[in-house]
Design a protein around this ligand. Structure first.
Ligand SMILES: [Ca+2]
Length: 484
């Protein structure tokens, strides 16, 4: 009996110890895995080259971005899509753009389509759990119908342009002002980059810091046209090429505004802010893709460092973009993340940090990369889908990357990115098994792609209405021939 009593006592002590251990262990685990939800500042630059920041060794001055990188994490294998619209759509949906028809090119200024309204967007998800949501900057996910506008897609507040490219001083595109505040056209004076920074500062200044804030600050810089106030141009007297000089100055002007926004967060005591910065695609390396404005006065200014080609291309120069994450007390200063990640990953990463539990989104392509950002844990991502289009596709699996031009004459390239990040040596003939396996996987993915992409659908419609509804005459042909 005595023996039995002491056994029961020991058992109770064991249970109590276990309980206390669990009690102590649980909150620690929760604190590590699900930190208290932060404010979110998501900064996007437009068409910035991978190398065009101080922390990648550029001569372009970006002291505020450098400071964020030094006190946070650089993501050195971070991918986006090669152009504006698909990248921004991927951020908003957490899903690859081929699933909803935005995989090809960008929404042109005369385009009538937009991001499918049955997608459940990031601001909608964050708003549901109490975030105040604001976009300050470029949208480029549909402008011809209000149903595509940011205020209709989950943003409480909107300021900036809807199109892909505007004049930095007149805020116009093709003779029309493209500058809105909360869906109303506004006529304001000022340089676009400065106006966006000032608006973000004002918004933070007026924000109740007890309410979590999601601020999507989407600069148009340094996208063409290469325009900048003289005080920034004066900082680069050493650069003789006019395009590179203005481009460098535009990036420094943006960095200045980022500094102002960071100061505003500090002033309001909003230290618990997760900050992410990235370019939406690689810097352009061809005049054909700099935009609609004339950039022939100098060189193509963006520098993608060691990476091949640039904007619009599926090579690394178009898709591997400059990116950093910063969150005081949660991300180790000076971290370098060498695991691959993709812009679709930011949706589940941010919604997880925000504590979103609803499953209103369609099945995500993105994976939560917080474990990799916070503690260097291995990401589950082993595959990057660069794009799936009717005429081309690219896929990365591990270190292998397949670039496939499907149209005749077809071209298949296979690179080992670990040994050949500049994609110089095509190994397709040496590794037919890998090529075959990766091609098969792309074909499987292509069955889920919207066909034709919305750009081509609308372009075909425009061509039909133009070419199939009238008869051209020799006089018209002559007039076209004689056009300046
Ligand atoms: Ca862009």
């Amino acid at each position: 009996m005595k023996f039995r009593t002491s056994s029961v006592g020991l058992f109770i002590v064991f249970l109590l110890t276990l309980f206390l251990l669990c009690f102590r262990w649980l909150p620690l685990t929760v604190a590590q895995q699900q930190p208290s939800r932060p404010h979110i500042l998501y900064i996007m630059s437009d068409d910035q080259g991978w190398k065009d920041v101080g922390f990648h060794g550029s001569d372009i001055k970006t002291p505020n971005l450098d400071r964020l990188a030094q006190s946070g994490a650089r993501l050195e294998q971070y991918y986006a899509h090669p152009m504006c619209t698909p990248s921004r759509a991927a951020l908003m949906t957490g899903r690859y753009p081929y699933r909803y028809g935005l995989q090809t090119l960008v929404i042109p200024s005369a385009g009538k389509y937009g991001l499918a309204t049955d997608e459940w967007l990031l601001p909608q998800a964050l708003k549901e759990v109490g975030y105040k949501t604001a976009i300050v900057g470029k949208w480029h996910l549909g402008h011809a119908d209000r149903k595509y506008w940011p205020r209709q897609r989950g943003f409480d507040y909107q300021y900036g342009p809807l199109l892909g490219e505007i004049d930095y001083f007149t805020h116009m595109a093709h003779g029309k002002i493209d500058w809105y505040r909360n869906n109303e056209l506004v006529s304001e004076e000022g340089y676009v980059t400065t106006l966006l920074g000032q608006e973000a500062v004002k918004l933070i200044g007026e924000h109740d810091s007890k309410t979590p804030l999601f601020l999507y600050l989407a600069f148009t810089a340094p996208h063409a046209p290469y325009q900048v106030p003289p005080e920034y141009l004066d900082q680069y007297k050493n650069i003789t090429d006019p395009n590179r000089r203005a481009y460098a100055a535009m990036i420094t002007a943006m960095d200045d505004q980022i500094g102002q926004v960071l100061a505003a967060l500090d002033k309001r005591g909003m230290r618990n802010t997760f900050i992410f910065f990235q370019s939406d695609n690689g810097g352009p390396r061809s005049a054909k893709v700099t935009g609609e404005s004339d950039t022939s006065g100098g060189t193509i200014p963006a520098d993608n460092g060691p990476f091949r080609d640039g904007k619009a291309s599926l090579y690394e120069g178009g898709t591997r973009v400059v990116a950093l994450a910063n969150w005081r007390g949660h991300i180790q200063p000076g971290s370098v993340i060498n695991q691959s990640s993709h812009i679709v990953d930011m949706y589940p990463t941010l919604t997880s940090l925000a504590g979103v539990s609803s499953e209103k989104s369609k099945p995500l392509d993105g994976l939560n990369i917080w474990p990799a950002l916070s503690g260097g844990k291995t990401s589950k991502r082993n595959e990057i889908v660069y794009n799936v289009e009717p005429f081309r596709a690219a896929l990365r699996q591990g270190d292998w990357k397949l670039v496939w031009q499907v149209t005749l004459p077809p071209r298949v390239e296979l690179f080992n990115l670990a040994h050949d990040p500049s994609e110089k040596t095509n190994l397709a003939d040496n590794k037919p098994d890998i090529v075959s396996k990766m091609k098969q996987h792309i074909e499987v993915l292509s069955h889920d792609a919207v066909f034709p992409p919305l750009f081509l659908k609308e372009a075909i419609g425009a061509v039909k209405s133009g070419l199939l509804t009238s008869v051209s005459t020799p006089d018209e042909a002559e007039a076209i021939e004689n056009q300046p």
